[in-house]
Design a protein around this ligand. Structure first.
Ligand SMILES: *[C@@H]1O[C@H](CO)[C@@H](O)[C@H](O)[C@H]1NC(C)=O
Ligand SMILES: *[C@@H]1O[C@H](CO)[C@@H](O)[C@H](O)[C@H]1NC(C)=O
Ligand SMILES: *[C@@H]1O[C@H](CO)[C@@H](O)[C@H](O)[C@H]1NC(C)=O
Ligand SMILES: *[C@@H]1O[C@H](CO)[C@@H](O)[C@H](O)[C@H]1NC(C)=O
Length: 231
Protein backbone atom coordinates (compact mmCIF):
# COMPACT_ATOMS: atom_id res chain seq x y z
CA UNK A 1 0.00 0.00 0.00
CA UNK A 2 1.03 3.56 -0.61
CA UNK A 3 2.34 5.54 2.24
CA UNK A 4 0.14 8.24 3.56
CA UNK A 5 2.49 10.95 2.52
CA UNK A 6 4.10 10.81 -0.83
CA UNK A 7 6.70 12.91 -2.36
CA UNK A 8 7.68 13.29 -5.89
CA UNK A 9 10.78 11.76 -7.19
CA UNK A 10 13.28 14.34 -8.20
CA UNK A 11 14.24 15.21 -11.70
CA UNK A 12 17.22 17.23 -12.61
CA UNK A 13 17.62 19.51 -15.50
CA UNK A 14 21.39 19.23 -15.30
CA UNK A 15 23.86 17.49 -13.07
CA UNK A 16 25.26 20.84 -12.12
CA UNK A 17 21.89 21.99 -10.91
CA UNK A 18 21.35 18.82 -8.99
CA UNK A 19 24.67 19.23 -7.27
CA UNK A 20 23.78 22.76 -6.29
CA UNK A 21 20.49 21.53 -4.97
CA UNK A 22 22.15 18.91 -2.79
CA UNK A 23 24.49 21.49 -1.33
CA UNK A 24 21.56 23.71 -0.60
CA UNK A 25 19.80 20.87 1.08
CA UNK A 26 22.71 20.35 3.42
CA UNK A 27 22.64 24.02 4.32
CA UNK A 28 18.96 23.85 4.92
CA UNK A 29 19.38 20.97 7.31
CA UNK A 30 22.16 22.71 9.15
CA UNK A 31 20.13 25.81 9.66
CA UNK A 32 16.93 24.09 10.61
CA UNK A 33 17.43 24.90 14.24
CA UNK A 34 18.07 28.62 14.00
CA UNK A 35 15.81 30.93 15.94
CA UNK A 36 12.29 31.51 14.74
CA UNK A 37 11.22 35.06 14.02
CA UNK A 38 7.56 35.63 14.66
CA UNK A 39 7.38 38.81 12.62
CA UNK A 40 7.61 36.98 9.31
CA UNK A 41 4.52 35.72 7.56
CA UNK A 42 4.73 33.26 4.67
CA UNK A 43 4.80 35.04 1.33
CA UNK A 44 2.89 33.81 -1.70
CA UNK A 45 4.56 33.26 -5.02
CA UNK A 46 3.52 35.17 -8.14
CA UNK A 47 2.31 33.56 -11.35
CA UNK A 48 5.21 31.54 -12.69
CA UNK A 49 6.67 29.45 -15.46
CA UNK A 50 9.82 27.43 -14.85
CA UNK A 51 11.46 24.04 -14.47
CA UNK A 52 11.04 21.67 -11.60
CA UNK A 53 13.20 18.73 -10.57
CA UNK A 54 12.02 16.14 -8.10
CA UNK A 55 14.49 13.70 -6.62
CA UNK A 56 14.49 11.32 -3.72
CA UNK A 57 17.43 10.94 -1.44
CA UNK A 58 18.35 7.59 -2.91
CA UNK A 59 19.79 9.69 -5.67
CA UNK A 60 17.00 8.93 -8.12
CA UNK A 61 15.81 11.77 -10.25
CA UNK A 62 12.10 11.01 -10.43
CA UNK A 63 11.13 13.67 -12.95
CA UNK A 64 12.33 16.90 -14.53
CA UNK A 65 9.96 19.13 -16.34
CA UNK A 66 8.33 22.45 -17.04
CA UNK A 67 5.69 23.90 -14.77
CA UNK A 68 3.12 26.65 -15.10
CA UNK A 69 1.55 28.04 -11.94
CA UNK A 70 -1.35 30.41 -11.50
CA UNK A 71 -0.93 31.71 -7.96
CA UNK A 72 -4.30 33.46 -7.91
CA UNK A 73 -6.46 30.58 -9.06
CA UNK A 74 -4.05 28.05 -7.49
CA UNK A 75 -3.64 25.94 -10.60
CA UNK A 76 -0.51 24.01 -11.48
CA UNK A 77 0.58 22.12 -14.57
CA UNK A 78 3.67 19.95 -14.55
CA UNK A 79 4.88 18.00 -17.56
CA UNK A 80 7.99 15.91 -17.35
CA UNK A 81 10.57 16.14 -20.07
CA UNK A 82 12.04 12.77 -20.93
CA UNK A 83 14.67 14.12 -23.29
CA UNK A 84 16.94 15.59 -20.64
CA UNK A 85 20.48 14.19 -20.36
CA UNK A 86 19.62 12.75 -16.94
CA UNK A 87 17.68 9.50 -16.66
CA UNK A 88 14.42 10.02 -14.91
CA UNK A 89 12.14 7.32 -13.63
CA UNK A 90 8.69 8.83 -14.17
CA UNK A 91 6.76 10.20 -17.05
CA UNK A 92 4.16 12.61 -15.70
CA UNK A 93 1.71 15.15 -16.98
CA UNK A 94 -0.25 16.63 -14.09
CA UNK A 95 -2.85 19.36 -13.92
CA UNK A 96 -3.86 20.33 -10.39
CA UNK A 97 -6.62 22.61 -9.15
CA UNK A 98 -5.81 23.16 -5.52
CA UNK A 99 -8.94 25.23 -4.76
CA UNK A 100 -11.23 22.53 -6.10
CA UNK A 101 -9.02 19.76 -4.74
CA UNK A 102 -8.77 17.97 -8.07
CA UNK A 103 -5.77 16.43 -9.82
CA UNK A 104 -5.70 15.19 -13.42
CA UNK A 105 -3.15 12.67 -14.62
CA UNK A 106 -3.04 13.32 -18.33
CA UNK A 107 -1.85 10.99 -21.05
CA UNK A 108 -1.78 13.08 -24.22
CA UNK A 109 -0.49 10.22 -26.36
CA UNK A 110 -3.52 8.03 -25.97
CA UNK A 111 -5.79 10.96 -25.02
CA UNK A 112 -6.73 9.52 -21.66
CA UNK A 113 -7.05 11.00 -18.23
CA UNK A 114 -7.49 10.10 -14.60
CA UNK A 115 -9.29 12.50 -12.31
CA UNK A 116 -8.49 12.25 -8.61
CA UNK A 117 -9.58 14.01 -5.47
CA UNK A 118 -6.76 15.65 -3.51
CA UNK A 119 -6.59 14.88 0.19
CA UNK A 120 -3.57 17.09 0.72
CA UNK A 121 -2.93 20.50 -0.86
CA UNK A 122 0.74 20.75 -0.06
CA UNK A 123 2.92 21.52 -3.08
CA UNK A 124 6.41 22.87 -3.65
CA UNK A 125 5.50 26.18 -5.35
CA UNK A 126 3.73 27.89 -2.49
CA UNK A 127 4.61 28.27 1.16
CA UNK A 128 1.71 27.17 3.37
CA UNK A 129 0.08 29.91 5.45
CA UNK A 130 0.93 28.09 8.67
CA UNK A 131 4.63 27.65 7.85
CA UNK A 132 7.10 28.85 10.45
CA UNK A 133 9.87 31.23 9.48
CA UNK A 134 13.33 29.78 10.12
CA UNK A 135 15.89 32.25 8.90
CA UNK A 136 17.20 34.45 6.13
CA UNK A 137 20.43 33.34 4.51
CA UNK A 138 22.69 34.72 1.83
CA UNK A 139 24.33 32.33 -0.61
CA UNK A 140 27.49 33.50 -2.32
CA UNK A 141 29.22 36.80 -1.70
CA UNK A 142 26.70 39.58 -1.11
CA UNK A 143 29.26 42.32 -1.69
CA UNK A 144 30.03 41.21 -5.24
CA UNK A 145 27.73 42.44 -7.99
CA UNK A 146 25.69 39.57 -9.39
CA UNK A 147 26.65 37.35 -6.47
CA UNK A 148 24.83 36.65 -3.26
CA UNK A 149 21.29 35.39 -3.30
CA UNK A 150 19.22 36.06 -0.22
CA UNK A 151 16.71 33.39 0.73
CA UNK A 152 14.07 32.98 3.38
CA UNK A 153 13.68 29.51 4.83
CA UNK A 154 10.40 28.16 6.12
CA UNK A 155 9.40 24.97 7.84
CA UNK A 156 6.23 23.19 8.86
CA UNK A 157 4.50 19.89 9.46
CA UNK A 158 2.46 17.87 7.06
CA UNK A 159 -1.11 17.47 8.17
CA UNK A 160 -1.97 14.16 9.87
CA UNK A 161 1.52 12.75 9.55
CA UNK A 162 4.83 12.99 11.28
CA UNK A 163 6.25 14.52 8.12
CA UNK A 164 8.00 17.86 7.91
CA UNK A 165 8.92 20.20 5.15
CA UNK A 166 11.47 22.93 4.66
CA UNK A 167 11.14 25.42 1.86
CA UNK A 168 13.28 28.25 0.55
CA UNK A 169 12.23 31.26 -1.47
CA UNK A 170 13.83 34.45 -2.73
CA UNK A 171 12.90 37.85 -1.31
CA UNK A 172 10.42 38.16 -4.18
CA UNK A 173 8.89 34.84 -3.08
CA UNK A 174 10.13 32.81 -6.02
CA UNK A 175 10.49 29.27 -4.69
CA UNK A 176 13.94 27.76 -4.90
CA UNK A 177 13.61 24.42 -3.19
CA UNK A 178 11.47 22.27 -0.97
CA UNK A 179 12.45 19.32 1.15
CA UNK A 180 9.77 16.94 2.36
CA UNK A 181 10.66 14.24 4.82
CA UNK A 182 8.94 11.54 6.76
CA UNK A 183 10.52 8.62 8.53
CA UNK A 184 10.80 6.57 5.37
CA UNK A 185 10.76 8.89 2.38
CA UNK A 186 12.46 12.13 1.55
CA UNK A 187 11.90 14.21 -1.51
CA UNK A 188 13.80 17.18 -2.69
CA UNK A 189 12.24 19.55 -5.18
CA UNK A 190 14.13 22.38 -6.83
CA UNK A 191 13.17 25.02 -9.32
CA UNK A 192 15.23 26.83 -11.93
CA UNK A 193 14.73 29.41 -14.66
CA UNK A 194 11.61 30.92 -13.14
CA UNK A 195 9.80 33.68 -14.97
CA UNK A 196 7.10 35.59 -13.15
CA UNK A 197 4.38 35.10 -15.71
CA UNK A 198 2.15 32.46 -17.22
CA UNK A 199 3.54 31.97 -20.69
CA UNK A 200 0.93 29.54 -21.98
CA UNK A 201 -2.45 29.88 -20.21
CA UNK A 202 -3.84 26.97 -22.26
CA UNK A 203 -1.75 24.60 -20.16
CA UNK A 204 -4.00 25.40 -17.20
CA UNK A 205 -7.18 24.35 -19.01
CA UNK A 206 -8.61 20.86 -18.75
CA UNK A 207 -7.95 19.13 -22.10
CA UNK A 208 -11.13 18.31 -24.02
CA UNK A 209 -10.54 14.57 -23.65
CA UNK A 210 -10.48 14.95 -19.82
CA UNK A 211 -13.72 16.84 -19.52
CA UNK A 212 -16.76 15.30 -17.86
CA UNK A 213 -14.79 12.49 -16.25
CA UNK A 214 -15.97 11.12 -12.91
CA UNK A 215 -13.65 11.48 -9.94
CA UNK A 216 -11.95 8.19 -9.20
CA UNK A 217 -12.62 6.50 -5.92
CA UNK A 218 -9.67 6.95 -3.57
CA UNK A 219 -8.77 3.66 -1.88
CA UNK A 220 -8.94 3.83 1.88
CA UNK A 221 -5.65 4.84 3.43
CA UNK A 222 -4.45 6.65 0.32
CA UNK A 223 -3.71 10.34 0.48
CA UNK A 224 -3.56 11.92 -2.94
CA UNK A 225 -1.36 14.98 -3.27
CA UNK A 226 0.82 16.56 -5.91
CA UNK A 227 3.83 14.97 -4.22
CA UNK A 228 2.32 11.49 -4.03
CA UNK A 229 2.41 11.38 -7.82
CA UNK A 230 6.18 11.16 -7.57
CA UNK A 231 6.25 8.15 -5.25
C1 LIG B 1 -2.23 35.14 -12.61
O1 LIG B 1 -2.77 34.81 -13.85
C2 LIG B 1 -4.18 34.77 -13.86
C3 LIG B 1 -4.62 34.26 -15.21
O2 LIG B 1 -3.95 34.91 -16.23
C4 LIG B 1 -4.73 36.15 -13.54
O3 LIG B 1 -6.15 36.12 -13.50
C5 LIG B 1 -4.20 36.59 -12.19
O4 LIG B 1 -4.62 37.92 -11.90
C6 LIG B 1 -2.69 36.51 -12.15
N1 LIG B 1 -2.25 36.73 -10.80
C7 LIG B 1 -1.27 37.56 -10.49
C8 LIG B 1 -0.90 37.63 -9.04
O5 LIG B 1 -0.68 38.23 -11.33
C1 LIG C 1 13.57 18.94 -22.70
O1 LIG C 1 14.95 18.86 -22.39
C2 LIG C 1 15.80 19.08 -23.51
C3 LIG C 1 17.23 18.79 -23.06
O2 LIG C 1 17.54 19.43 -21.85
C4 LIG C 1 15.60 20.52 -23.99
O3 LIG C 1 16.43 20.75 -25.11
C5 LIG C 1 14.14 20.70 -24.40
O4 LIG C 1 13.92 22.05 -24.75
C6 LIG C 1 13.23 20.34 -23.24
N1 LIG C 1 11.85 20.38 -23.70
C7 LIG C 1 10.88 20.96 -23.00
C8 LIG C 1 9.52 20.90 -23.59
O5 LIG C 1 11.09 21.53 -21.94
C1 LIG D 1 20.31 6.02 -18.69
O1 LIG D 1 19.92 4.67 -18.56
C2 LIG D 1 20.36 3.83 -19.61
C3 LIG D 1 19.74 2.48 -19.43
O2 LIG D 1 19.73 2.08 -18.08
C4 LIG D 1 21.89 3.81 -19.62
O3 LIG D 1 22.33 3.02 -20.70
C5 LIG D 1 22.39 5.24 -19.81
O4 LIG D 1 23.79 5.26 -19.74
C6 LIG D 1 21.83 6.15 -18.73
N1 LIG D 1 22.21 7.52 -19.03
C7 LIG D 1 22.66 8.36 -18.11
C8 LIG D 1 22.99 9.72 -18.55
O5 LIG D 1 22.81 8.03 -16.94
C1 LIG E 1 -3.01 4.90 -22.04
O1 LIG E 1 -1.66 4.57 -21.88
C2 LIG E 1 -1.32 4.17 -20.58
C3 LIG E 1 0.18 3.97 -20.50
O2 LIG E 1 0.76 3.84 -21.75
C4 LIG E 1 -2.08 2.92 -20.22
O3 LIG E 1 -1.77 2.53 -18.90
C5 LIG E 1 -3.56 3.20 -20.31
O4 LIG E 1 -4.27 2.01 -20.04
C6 LIG E 1 -3.90 3.72 -21.68
N1 LIG E 1 -5.30 4.11 -21.68
C7 LIG E 1 -6.11 3.87 -22.69
C8 LIG E 1 -7.51 4.35 -22.54
O5 LIG E 1 -5.74 3.30 -23.70
Amino acid sequence: MRETVSFGRPHCAEKRKMYAAVILLVFMCLTATTHADHHHHPCHSPNMTGFMTVMNLKGEVRAIGAFTYDSTAKKLRFRSNDSTPINTSLHLDLLVFFEEGILYEIDSKNQSCEKKKLQCNLHPLDIPDDATFMSTMTFGNPSVEGEGIKLNLWTGSMADTKGKYTMSATMGCLPLSALYYTGSTTFFVSHVDIESEIKDPELLLVPSFCQGLPVEVTPEGTVNSFLSEFM
